[in-house]
Ligand binder design. Structure first.
Ligand SMILES: [Zn+2]
Ligand SMILES: [Zn+2]
Length: 344
């Protein structure tokens, strides 16, 4: 059996203790005729991996099993195709989102919301993850990456990009709609750009001056330092822009969600793209609160198209696969500007 290198998680632990171990494991092989074998060229490091690895999300069932190979936004070269594959040829490049596979038969799958499927498989929650050299996937759940896109650029689009895109869509974008984006990291910096493509007026919020500068450069009309002093923060927002038409929350802190709901005008829309406590809100203000989760294969195709046509920027820092623990530590310490990418 051929082997491949992978960063394996056997036991959840603080990232300081280097819980990921570099090991040689059996290389994945095509087992069904609709599968393709991808030689991974780049995998983004998502903030959710940090929570999964450190065991913060055990009560919501993540990781569902151990050991695992983390990593759920990856791009690589198709090196082998099953007998029934029609979408890909050997030599082309493909990417995979966190949705590794769904049942194709339930109501969600039939409605094009396969990411809500109850019997789905998640990339990076078994031995099939991006922190390795190879992966197999059914062709329906892989998306083509054009030749003009570098793998290090494209990989973050498969979680950060699609999450940002879907969240902006959920905020019902239209020309000059004032959308506040709370949290400008790997996902938020993409959301600023997707909202800009829709001609929205984006106001960015972050605790970090670095991130605010990035948001400004990417087209936000304004970027305001987030403050836990809610009264002061809202007063400042009202004075400079008035309340928002819609808000999107990527920062995983309950105080941010609570503030964002209050920063939206009556009848406004709040999109929550993170895990946290259910916030309280005033029903009589007729605000809508909406959750969002990655997206479908069709959404992913749109993300690739929009990024390609509009030359959207993906801010990445590239590291070798073996440094996954150190990279996650940097992410924990807010030392990653936007998205780290591992290259095997
Ligand atoms: Zn992710
Ligand atoms: Zn299904």
């Amino acid at each position: 059996m051929e082997k491949m290198r992978a960063m394996i998680l056997e036991k959840c632990d603080k990232i300081e203790n280097n819980p990921l171990k570099l090991k040689d494991i059996d290389r994945h092989e095509i087992k069904r005729p609709e599968e393709i074998l991808i030689k991974i060229e780049a995998c983004g490091v998502c903030h959710s991996q940090l929570h999964g690895i450190e065991g913060d999300w055990k009560d919501i069932g993540i990781p569902p099993t151990l050991p695992t190979v983390p990593g759920h936004e990856l791009v690589g070269k198709v090196v082998q195709v099953g007998d029934k594959v029609t979408k890909f040829k050997v030599g082309e490049r493909a990417g995979i989102t966190p949705l590794l596979e769904a049942c194709r038969e339930c109501q969600y799958c039939k409605e094009g919301k396969e990411y809500l499927c109850e019997s789905s498989a998640i990339t990076g929650e078994s031995f099939k993850g991006g922190y390795s050299e190879y992966i197999t996937v059914a062709e329906d759940f892989a998306t083509k990456v054009p030749d003009t896109m570098k793998s290090e650029y494209a990989a973050p689009l498969f979680c950060a990009g699609i999450t940002a895109y879907k969240a902006v869509k959920a905020a019902e974008p239209k020309i000059h709609k004032k959308i506040g984006i709370f949290g400008i990291g790997g996902v938020g910096h993409m959301a600023v750009q997707f909202a800009k493509v829709e001609n929205c007026d984006v106001v960015a919020f972050s605790r970090s001056q670095n991130h605010l500068d990035v948001a400004k450069r990417l087209g936000a009309v304004d970027a305001i330092q987030f403050s836990e002093n809610q009264k002061e923060f809202l007063a400042k927002l009202k004075e400079s822009h008035g309340l928002l038409d819609a808000a999107i929350i990527f920062a995983p802190a309950d105080i941010v969600t609570d503030t964002a709901i209050k920063a939206v005008k009556k009848g406004g829309l709040v999109v929550i793209a993170t895990v946290g406590e259910n916030p309280t809100f005033m029903a009589f203000e007729e605000k809508t609160i909406r959750g969002t989760l990655i997206g479908s294969t069709k959404d992913m195709e749109q993300v690739i198209k929009i990024c390609n046509e509009n030359n959207l920027e993906v801010i990445t820092e590239v590291f070798p696969l073996e440094q996954a623990n150190q990279v996650l530590k940097k992410l924990k310490d807010s030392e990653i500007k936007a998205r780290a990418v591992l290259v095997p």
